[in-house]
Write a protein that binds this ligand. Structure first.
Ligand code: COA
Length: 260
């Protein structure tokens, strides 16, 4: 399907979804949220896609937040629908069952940081600036940002970033784990391509199991989560890729995973 606000492109098993509103610093309006929902639903159901890269067009911003022009005149009923649509789309990314890498070259603010926090790896340039500045608009994050920031970076950082609204630089974001990798701007694509290629060659069912165990298990009480991990482990032991991976180790060769 043709998108108005996204560019979706493929390189082997790597799908890149680029939010393409650079004049508005890739702000998330309703239509973009709907298109992202469709693009990630497609990526989920397309077995040829093993890894997704989520990017923002232009040099300046990954995503500068929800579209403030749309928000400024929103009714409470529409605000709830907007928040729910954004939360649903971001949950789809979080539980995609395939790794998603956020490419953060500049600002990731508000909804931009919220969507990045749903991705499984966040690779940023040294110029990246991350924040939840909604307080400055008399608002709070509405796409799950308070909760994901709390869980990713801890209560002190979540309270400070949400209450003061001040973006943090890439070094601080890296220290907090909000950036999994930080690289020079001109190395960003090389780093992401190398990571994506490594993930694309990995065993997809094992990756899905890891994502489920960490993301779904992480939301359960510990004993339930351990049980979930054991059952997922047992399930993955039925795959051809598990046989191949273990046999290749014993035969001292590189495994070739087929995704079966
Ligand atoms: N929603 C809608 N439009 C946005 C936007 C957003 N979240 N962020 C930026 N834009 C638009 C600007 O209105 C401007 O459009 P215009 O040229 O038609 O006037 C364009 O993007 C460029 O932004 P500008 O503010 O001129 O760039 P800057 O370099 O001076 O500042 C930022 C960059 C990111 C610091 C600034 O744009 C900003 O603070 N954005 C809002 C961040 C935010 O509060 N996000 C949370 C939203 S809930």
């Amino acid at each position: 399907m043709a998108f108005r606000n996204l560019i979706s492109s493929g390189r082997g098993a790597v799908r890149t979804v680029t939010i393409n509103r650079p004049d508005k610093l890739n702000a998330l309006n309703r239509e973009t949220i709907t298109e992202l929902q469709i693009a990630f639903d497609q990526a989920r159901h397309d077995d040829s896609v093993r890894v997704v890269v989520l990017a923002g067009a232009g040099e300046k911003a990954f995503v500068a937040g929800a579209d403030i022009a749309e928000l400024s005149a929103i009714s409470p009923i529409d605000a709830q629908a907007f928040s729910r649509a954004g939360q649903r789309m971001m949950r789809t990314i979080e539980l995609l069952g395939k790794p998603v890498i956020a490419r953060i070259q500049g600002f990731a603010l508000g909804g931009g940081l919220e969507i990045a926090m749903c991705c499984h790896l966040r690779v940023g340039s040294e110029k990246a600036r991350l924040g939840l500045p909604e307080i400055g608009l008399g608002l709070l994050p509405g796409f799950g940002g308070t909760q994901r920031l709390l869980r990713l970076a801890g209560r002190p950082a979540a309270l400070e970033m949400c209450l003061l609204g001040q973006p943090i630089d890439a070094h601080r974001a890296h220290q907090l784990g909000l950036l999994s990798r930080m690289v020079a701007s001109d190395k960003l694509d090389d780093e992401i391509n190398a990571l994506a290629d490594q993930l694309a060659a990995s065993a997809p069912h094992a990756m899905a199991g890891i994502l489920d165990a960490i993301l779904i298990g992480g939301e359960c009480p510990a004993a339930e989560a351990m049980d979930f991990e054991s059952k997922t482990f047992a399930l993955i032991c039925t795959t051809d890729d598990m046989r191949e991976g273990t046999r290749a180790f014993l035969e001292r060769r590189k495994p070739v995973f087929t995704g079966k």
